[in-house]
Design a protein around this ligand. Structure first.
Ligand code: B1M
Length: 219
């Protein structure tokens, strides 16, 4: 059966929701063979699938284990599609270096991984510190990697304060003027970014890439 674009994307969304990593891998490769925009596949299939399952989980129609399986499947698809995005973007040389992580106390990494992948696909060098990253680790990473940008993601209202705490610690370490700091994650806002002294905020992966390009040109 030949799947056409929309069918392929809805099959990929379903496979993500079902946490079927093998099927996601197979369909992600089919998306590339079909010449579908890999960015569109990330947003319309992978992200949409996670959010749809998230709603089911919030309504008690899915379990945390379903969500973890879906997140793992989504990352399989993201790694395949990211390479295609890089290929199409023809990323040749690094346009800047970014250190990114999800703040301490928070293990959500889907959004952060999407942002990291899109930044890599746009020609930036990305050092991903992972999840549950303490403020001190961000400070050490600035010394270790001398990045242009430090990015912090969080999905919990309670751990938004860690974004503020990390910026304070970067200041106390005398490193604030060496980096631009950006934040994101569903509960964060542009006002919150201003309030805690970040240099920028983005609501989604595509605008995160635009924000970084703007900040680096301005640097
Ligand atoms: Co949890 N979780 N979760 N969760 N989870 C949320 C976030 C929640 C909103 C669900 C709910 O109850 N309504 C709620 C948080 C409420 C709040 O505080 N505001 C919540 C909760 C409470 C929890 C637990 C506490 C549940 C529990 O155990 N009782 C627990 C916390 C664990 C912890 O972190 N300590 C928990 C656990 C989990 C899982 C681990 C099972 C899983 C995460 C799997 C993983 O990440 N590997 C999970 C998931 C998947 C969700 C939902 C369903 C989806 C989050 C997601 O990935 N969104 C979520 C409900 C929802 O949002 N519908 C929920 C998709 C993702 C692409 O969006 O991350 O916003 P987002 O990223 C976007 C933008 O924000 C932006 O670009 C991204 C791509 O477009 N962006 C940036 C993100 N980071 C950026 C950084 C930037 C710039 C832009 O610069 C640096």
């Amino acid at each position: 059966m030949v799947l056409v674009d929309d069918d392929l994307l809805s099959e990929l969304r379903e496979a993500t929701i079902n946490g079927d990593s093998d099927r996601v891998e197979e369909l992600s490769r089919k998306v590339i063979e079909a010449g579908i925009d890999p960015l569109e596949a990330v947003e319309k299939a992978l992200v949409k699938g996670i959010l749809e399952l998230g709603d089911r989980w919030i309504n008690g129609e899915a379990f945390i284990s379903d969500l973890i399986a879906a997140a793992d499947a989504m990352k399989v698809g993201l790694s395949i599609l990211k390479n295609e995005i890089v290929k199409r973007g023809g990323a040749i040389k690094f346009r800047g270096r970014i250190v990114i992580g999800t703040v301490e106390g928070d293990i959500h990494d889907i959004g952060k991984s999407i942002v990291a992948s899109l930044l890599e696909a746009s020609g930036f060098e990305v050092i991903d510190l992972g999840v549950d990253v303490p403020p001190q680790r961000f400070v050490e990473a600035i010394r270790e990697y001398t990045p242009d940008i430090v990015g912090m993601s969080t999905l919990l209202s309670t751990t938004m304060l860690k974004q503020k705490e990390t910026i304070e610690m970067i200041k106390q370490a005398g490193l604030r003027d060496r980096v631009k700091i950006i934040i994101g994650g569903a509960p964060t806002t542009e006002e919150w970014a201003r309030e805690i002294g970040a240099d920028g905020w983005a609501p989604d992966g595509i605008s995160a890439v635009e924000l970084v390009k703007r900040l680096l040109n301005a640097k």
